[in-house]
Design a protein around this ligand. Structure first.
Ligand SMILES: [Zn+2]
Ligand SMILES: [Zn+2]
Length: 360
């Protein structure tokens, strides 16, 4: 190489080969090349209220280790020809706001190994994230109204319904708008005010899949901002107040839901053999007359073709009841109170001994 025609030499100092990269000798190349550049100070923002961190314009709930990694990868500029880069970083906290990030790195440029050490100062600034800003301003996008049809639910039942929102929040991603602005019991139900329409809808779907019933959506325009209508969503969920086997008044007759369908329930008439499918909308007008769990099981002491006699456990006197259309001699009676009288129910699958035991 040294006898090469034209005589190659370092463009900077005139030294003999070997030459690297842009025709420089090793000392000249090293003097003019850095493996990586890092800024002296790098700012980052943490929400003073909730502690989440802004990364590239997005607020995220993350650890300080991740913040250091993120700052490093965002601010470290490595030589364009560098290969086989190895990185190590050690954070040293100097104060609440300042952390020194000591960086060791090595890499190969034009077959020469470079090793460098750098220090970057991460400077934390306090901010207020979008969620906290909106929370502080009582921001909300949607109201979910929990109600019931056919029967008024107890406070405990409403609490159980409200509890399913926590399950939904656990399953969904960390959207900063998935927060509760306000909530509390109202006459005949429970209201939850939410920061996100998406969260309200996800919860509505969850309630329907868990408890049946339906959701009524109302959108209202509350103003305009930046040329776009600002709308609020009201989502009314009515939980059916009846369970399989309950007795409900519906279309002026007594019925018992015997099974759920996708859109409603299979209804069985109490006074004669008749079965029909009903949608949740159809069933909006239903009201619960008696719950299956309160039904009384009795042994008939005497029975003829239409009437059975039994000992009323409330009064310890003999009472009689009209037997159901499907009565079999010797079968126990399943009775509920209706209009101050006893009413004997025809049997559904839910009433079979196995199911009764399973429920008990
Ligand atoms: Zn040189
Ligand atoms: Zn915050």
């Amino acid at each position: 190489m040294s006898n090469h025609l034209g005589g190659e030499f370092c463009l900077v100092c005139g030294a003999e080969p070997p030459l690297f990269g842009d025709r420089m000798c090793e000392p000249c190349l090293r003097a003019r090349t850095v493996l990586a550049k890092v800024p002296e100070n790098v700012p980052w923002v943490r929400c003073a209220r909730c502690g989440i961190v802004e990364i590239e314009g997005k607020w995220e709930d993350t650890t300080e280790e991740n913040v250091w990694d993120e700052l490093l990868h965002r601010n470290l500029v490595v030589h364009e020809r560098a290969e086989d880069i190895q990185l190590a970083m050690e954070p040293v906290k100097v104060s609440d706001r300042h952390t020194l990030l000591h960086i060791q790195l090595e890499g190969v440029i034009d077959d020469l190994l470079f090793q460098e050490e750098h220090t970057m100062r991460a400077r934390m600034a306090n901010g207020v994230c979008l969620t906290c800003t909106r929370r502080a301003g009582n921001y909300f996008e949607a109201t979910v109204q929990l109600r019931s049809s056919a029967r008024r639910l107890s406070e405990l039942e409403f609490q159980r319904l409200r509890g399913t929102l926590d399950d939904v929040l656990d399953k969904l991603s960390d959207d900063p708008m998935f927060f509760i602005t306000n909530e509390g019991p109202v006459t005949g139900g429970y209201d939850v005010v939410l920061g996100s329409k998406g969260l309200a809808r996800a919860w509505g779907r969850h309630l329907i899949s868990e408890y049946g019933g339906m959701v009524l959506e109302t959108n209202s325009t509350v103003g305009r901002k930046d040329g776009v209508d600002v709308t609020r969503l009201t989502l009314l969920y009515r939980k059916p107040g009846y369970e399989i086997g309950d007795v409900v008044q519906w279309r002026n007759r007594l019925w018992r839901p015997s099974a759920w369908t996708k859109e409603g329930a299979i209804m069985e008439r109490v006074d004669r053999q008749e079965r029909t499918g009903a949608t949740w909308r159809d069933l909006e007008s239903a009201s619960v007359v008696a719950q299956r769990q309160d039904a009384l099981e009795v042994d008939f002491i005497t029975e003829d073709t239409s009437v059975g006699e039994f000992l009323d456990p409330n009064t310890w006197t003999m009472a009689s009841v009209r037997l159901p259309y499907d009565h079999l001699t010797g079968r126990r009676g399943l009775l509920v109170r209706h209009d101050d009288e006893w009413l004997a129910l025809p049997h559904l699958a839910v009433d079979s001994p196995a199911n009764t035991e399973a429920q008990a």
